[in-house]
Ligand binder design. Sequence first.
Ligand SMILES: [Zn+2]
Ligand SMILES: [Zn+2]
Ligand SMILES: [Zn+2]
Length: 352
Amino acid sequence: MRQRRLRPPFRAAGFTPRGAFATAHHNPNRHARSKPCPKLSHPLPNPSAPLRALCDLCDLCVHLPLPALPSPVPSPRFTFLGTGTSSGIPVIACDCPTCTSDDPRDARLRTGAALEWTDPDGKPRALLIDATPDLRAQVLRHNLRRCDAILFTHNHVDHTFGLDEVRRFNAVMQAPIDIYADAHTLDSLRRVYRHVFEPEKNANASFVARLIPNQAHPARPFHLHGLRFTPIPLLHGRLPVLGWRIEQAPGTSPNPSGDDLFPLAYCTDVSGIPPEAWPLLDGVQTLALGALRFRHHPTHFTLNQALEAAGRIGARQTWFVHMSHEVRHAEVDPTLPEGVRLAYDGLILGPS
Ligand SMILES: [Zn+2]
Ligand SMILES: [Zn+2]
Ligand SMILES: [Zn+2]
């Protein structure tokens, strides 16, 4: 038998490849062969495989305790996890005033958000909007401990390349995660994350995210844990993308109501709002809207274009996201009209 290096808990228990069958069931850290791993819900390997193969599926199985249950957060709570354009700010190798700024509001991770709320049964829920390449840092910064769903806006790298990180949520929740995206984005995710969507083709059984793909259709709402989500058709240059309208599901008793937050519309990476989208933006209280920079861009609203759209939507509060390094927070934010602000990383909306 080929010798391989064993992880510390196995060594501590005297667990060696030669003695695997003899000692494994005496190890209190080890889950029984006949049961799924209690800490990760990965499928059981081939039943005839050696016992140690169970924990070869993941690095975390016997090492990490399950985290404490999330403590209640004020609900609903909307967090801007990142507010920067695709490069992130500071931009690599740039010495401009924004990239060298001491103002923490000028440091922008890639644009994404989290919504935490309490469902009608009193259970804490959380979802992500997009999975940015900075997702791991964003989740750790905000101590997010669960993810019930991910809403995708579109397939671009700055909105999808953190998806691998959510496997840890699978582990701590012992459940798969529903993802919602349009057909084009789902196709792209299946191609890029083939190891996740077709795990049977991986050379080794691996610890990969467990995701349930759901196709989202513009203007066709669905309900999830007491909230209603409506995909909004938007244009990002020539690419159709989705914004998301989020509000209390009709007939549910809110906990608490979220009246000051909902309806909330999240519309990043947008350069055009087609006629059929306007009714879906009706009555929005909170608007997150992409506003890249001052100069024209073929696939993003400029600040002026975003201001024009924000004025027409008329939300009580509008927060710009996806800014480039041409937008320095302290210079630009005070010049915006009442009710419109630049968002910044870590900004939290909702009851305090
Ligand atoms: Zn983007
Ligand atoms: Zn710069
Ligand atoms: Zn984009």
